[in-house]
Ligand binder design. Structure first.
Ligand SMILES: Nc1ncnc2c1ncn2[C@@H]1O[C@H](COP(=O)(O)OP(=O)(O)OP(=O)(O)O)[C@@H](O)[C@H]1O
Ligand SMILES: [Mg+2]
Length: 275
């Protein structure tokens, strides 16, 4: 679905590359979590996908089409983006206006537009808020409306760039749950960019960047096995990972590195019942 082929990018001429000789293939329907320290290049990668930035060297393709000035209009129909700050993503005075905005730009006929708006608001559980003012919604609700706006365009790919970072813990959990269900039910290709390894646990594959290069890619469980070493590339081991390494120090055996809280608790019960 997405391919980076030896891509390099620098913001200004004669400076070092922010992204250097970067290769990445993302399959259709896959969920990739892109993680890495501040300034490691995650947002730059996101912007190269939908042509907000163009590579200095190498090629980015989306569904076989090379991202270029000529193709960005087409590419942006296929790739939706959700950013960190829900406040910056609103243009309409009502939720329905807001979701309609992108469709109006695409020139979707009015009847079809109404159907698509209803459907996408339903997908994010916001159908009851159609006539509400976006500014009066909670942070999590605002992000869901922003997602509805993207879904209404029927994209193949959605990139979430730190979309949960301004939400409270409940809002974060709900949004991740929503992303999981969109990915599973609609076979969307999903890229979540995050600092929070708890969120990366649900992805099919994690790509960890360090200084604009791929430091790790593979299953989340394999990344978590680095334990405290994750700090060397500016990543914070999750609570579950830290508990797991303490348990190992105390010779409490657990079958495998737990991905999240539920797995940790289940494994602890299993090992307790054996003793
Ligand atoms: N508009 C810009 N002009 C010049 N340099 C930039 C610009 N945007 C980003 N950079 C630099 O490029 C590098 C990568 O930035 P990028 O925003 O891609 O990182 P990131 O991984 O998304 O960081 P964060 O976790 O803070 O969001 C950083 O060194 C940053 O300072
Ligand atoms: Mg960023």
């Amino acid at each position: 679905m997405i391919e980076f082929n030896q891509v390099s990018f620098r913001y200004k001429p004669h400076t070092t590359n922010v992204i250097d000789n970067f290769n990445l293939t993302i399959n259709r329907g896959e969920w990739i979590a892109l993680v890495g320290h501040n300034g490691s290049g995650k947002s730059t990668v996101a912007k190269l996908i939908n042509g907000l930035l163009m590579p200095n060297d190498g090629i980015v393709t989306v569904d076989g089409t090379q991202v270029s000035q000529e193709s960005i209009y087409e590419i942006r129909k296929h790739v939706g983006m959700i950013f960190q700050n829900p406040e910056n993503q609103f243009v309409g005075t009502t939720v329905i206006d807001d979701v309609a905005f992108g469709l109006e730009n695409l020139g979707v006929p009015r009847d079809e537009m109404i159907g698509r708006i209803d459907e996408s608001l339903k997908q994010v559980d916001m159908a009851l808020y159609k006539w509400h003012e976006p500014i009066k919604l909670s942070g999590g609700q605002k992000q869901r409306v922003a997602i509805a706006g993207v879904l209404a365009m029927r994209p193949d790919v959605i990139v979430f760039d730190e979309a949960t970072s301004m939400l409270d813990p409940t809002g974060k959990k709900e949004l991740i749950q929503m992303i999981r269900s969109l990915h599973e039910k609609h076979h969307l290709t999903v890229i979540t960019i995050t600092h929070d390894l708890n969120e990366a646990a649900y992805a099919d594959r994690v790509v960890a960047l360090s200084e604009g290069e791929v430091w790790f890619q593979g299953a989340p469980r394999r990344l978590f096995q680095y334990g405290e070493k994750l700090q060397e590339v500016g990543l914070e081991p999750t609570f579950v990972t830290r508990v797991y390494s303490e348990l190992q120090k105390h010779s409490i055996e657990i079958k495998q590195e737990p991905l999240h809280f539920k797995e940790l608790v289940d494994e602890l019960w299993t090992s307790y019942l054996k003793t």
